[in-house]
Design a protein around this ligand. Structure first.
Ligand SMILES: [Zn+2]
Length: 262
């Protein structure tokens, strides 16, 4: 940050930040998979008058998809990304529906899963626990992996029957949950990121069947398409940049920028 300030000086007008956790009023409120809670992000702009525009990384990658990616042109887009657990956002006319404090879109913590399972977030039965490497390990009777993302990638490479069965079950949990969200939000399009892409590809039939079965009847004739993301791992960065540009190109912001005394 200091290096960037040295480089650009007064030309800096805002700081965008993608955070791998729940963001609320510029605090990282809860990063379940990291075990972090209540981290004040404002020291990043301490000593400056720069606004800090912090957002959840899944939300920001959804912004990128809706602005310049696979959901470009859609009025209402649902974006879901599986890494460790599942994150996402609903984007309406290019803007994330992030709730009253910015913490909305925690789709992974809806009780779409087994209520016997405790989620590190504090709730029970979270969808998070059904769609990632932890879910695959559980289906395969193996201990919870230290790195669920890398573990999932390994299982997705396997060709044996046990692995295929676990992948099919987990892909179905993903498809079924997406159907629930389509029923709730009625999006024009759904975009997938992270492990959701290879997971669906590896068990397309199980995913599609669960998706269709979970849809209300009126959605089935023409269900919203589910597309792979156009942006890769830089999606969150692109989304943060897009919201930063929004912030500095309002009429008021441009007037302030044009005033050399501001
Ligand atoms: Zn949870």
């Amino acid at each position: 940050m200091e290096h960037t300030r040295d480089l650009y000086g007064d030309r800096l007008r805002a700081v965008g930040l993608a955070v791998a956790g729940t963001v609320r009023d510029n605090h990282l409120t809860q990063a379940t998979t990291l075990g972090w809670a209540q981290v004040d992000l404002s020291p990043l702009v301490a000593g400056t008058a720069l606004p800090l525009l912090a957002g959840n990384d899944a939300t920001l990658s959804g912004v990128a998809e809706a602005r310049t990616g696979a959901a470009a042109g859609a009025g209402t887009a649902l974006h879901l990304i599986v890494e460790v657990g599942i994150g996402g956002t609903l984007i309406v006319d290019g803007i994330p529906a992030a709730g009253s404090t910015g913490a909305g879109g925690e789709y992974g913590h809806m009780p779409f899963g087994d209520r016997a399972l405790h989620c590190p977030c504090g709730a029970r039965g979270c969808w998070d626990l059904e769609v990632d490497g932890r879910a695959l390990a559980r289906r395969l009777g193996e201990p919870e992996p230290d790195d669920p993302y890398a573990y999932a990638e390994t299982v997705l490479q396997r060709q044996d029957k046990e692995a295929s069965g676990a992948v099919a079950t987990v892909a179905a949990a993903l498809g079924s949950g997406i159907a629930g969200l389509v029923n709730a939000h009625d999006p024009d399009v759904v975009t997938l990121g992270g492990l959701a892409i290879p997971l669906r590809a590896a068990a397309h039939m199980s995913f599609d069947e669960a998706y269709r079965e979970g849809l209300m009847a009126f959605h089935r004739a023409e269900p919203p398409p589910i597309l792979d993301s156009a942006h890769q791992k830089d999606g969150a960065l692109r989304g943060a940049a897009a919201l930063g540009l929004d912030h500095i190109t309002t009429d008021a912001a441009i007037a302030t920028w044009a005033d050399p005394h501001s």
